[in-house]
Design a protein around this ligand. Structure first.
Ligand code: ZN
Ligand code: FE
Length: 242
C-alpha cells in the first residue's frame, strides 16, 4: 500500500510524496518547489524515484528540474502538455497506467483547468491525485476548458470508489465553503462539514485529504446535475476556483 505524505508549500499548495515501502520507490506529485520536498523525503530516509505532474502550471512543475538534478527521478506528465513539463521523460494520456512500486495508477483525462490536465488514480489503494481539477467543495478554475469540460472531468473522478481519499493540490476549502453555502442553503451535510472545516483551519490543520463520498454529499460542482433546481448551475458560473 502507498504511504502518502503531505508537504505544504508556497501560500496554499500541497505537494505529495507517495511511498511504496516494499520496493522503496517514492513518487512526488506536482512539486511546486524542490527544497521542502527533498527535505521531507530525506527526513524519512526516502529517495524520490519519480515525479508525477498533473498539468503544466508553474506551481505544479516548478520543482521538477531541481529534484531531477538531486535524485535522477523520472518525470511523468500529460502528453498533451509535454512541451511545458520540465524534464519530462514519459508522456502519458487517458487510459495509460503507471507504477509506483507495487501500486498502479490509472491516468484519467480531465482537461478543463488546463486542456491536457490528467489525474492519477491509484484505485486499489483508494488514492486519487486530481491536481487542480477537484478541490474540497470546489473545482479548478477554467483557464483552458469549458464548464462542460469540467463537469465531465468531475464525473470521471466521482465514478471512483466513494471511500477514495482525494489529495488535491491546494488548500482552498474554506473559501470554497463560503461559496458552497450560498448555493445549497439547506444541505445538512454541507453545514456540518463547514463547521468541521472552520474548526480545522482555526487550528491551522489541513482539510485535505477528503473522500469522494464527502464531495458527493456537499460539493455543489459535483452535485450540479441533481441540484440544478437549487440554482447550482446559475451560481457556478461565478464560482470556479483554481
Ligand atoms: Zn493549476
Ligand atoms: Fe495550482
Amino acid at each position: 500500500m502507498l504511504e502518502v505524505v503531505q508537504v505544504p508549500v508556497l501560500t496554499d499548495n500541497y505537494v505529495y510524496l507517495a511511498h511504496d515501502a516494499a520496493s522503496g520507490e517514492t513518487a512526488v506529485i506536482d512539486p511546486a518547489v524542490a527544497e521542502p520536498v527533498l527535505a521531507a523525503a530525506a527526513a524519512r530516509g526516502w529517495t524520490i524515484t519519480q515525479i508525477l505532474n498533473t498539468h503544466w502550471h508553474p506551481d505544479h512543475v516548478g520543482g521538477n528540474a531541481a529534484i531531477v538534478t538531486a535524485t535522477g527521478a523520472k518525470v511523468t506528465g500529460p502528453r498533451d502538455e509535454a512541451e511545458r513539463i520540465p524534464g519530462i521523460s514519459r508522456a502519458v494520456a487517458a487510459g495509460d497506467s503507471i507504477a509506483v512500486g507495487a501500486s498502479t495508477a490509472r491516468v484519467i483525462g480531465v482537461g478543463a483547468h488546463t486542456a491536457g490536465h490528467i489525474a492519477y488514480a491509484f484505485e486499489a489503494d483508494r488514492v486519487l491525485f486530481p491536481g487542480d481539477t477537484l478541490f474540497a467543495l470546489g473545482c479548478g478554475r477554467l483557464f483552458e476548458g469549458t464548464p462542460a469540460d469540467m463537469f465531465a472531468a468531475l464525473g470521471k473522478l466521482m465514478a471512483l470508489a466513494p471511500e477514495t481519499l482525494v489529495y488535491c493540490a491546494h488548500e482552498y476549502t474554506q473559501s470554497n465553503a463560503r461559496f458552497a453555502v450560498t448555493v445549497e442553503t439547506d444541505n445538512a451535510a454541507l453545514k456540518a462539514r463547514v463547521v468541521a472545516i472552520d474548526a480545522a483551519r482555526a487550528q491551522g490543520l489541513p482539510t485535505v485529504p477528503f473522500t469522494l463520498a464527502q464531495e458527493a454529499a456537499s460539493n455543489p460542482f459535483v452535485r450540479a446535475r441533481d441540484a440544478a433546481e437549487l440554482g447550482v448551475r446559475r451560481a457556478a458560473k461565478d464560482g470556479f476556483r483554481g
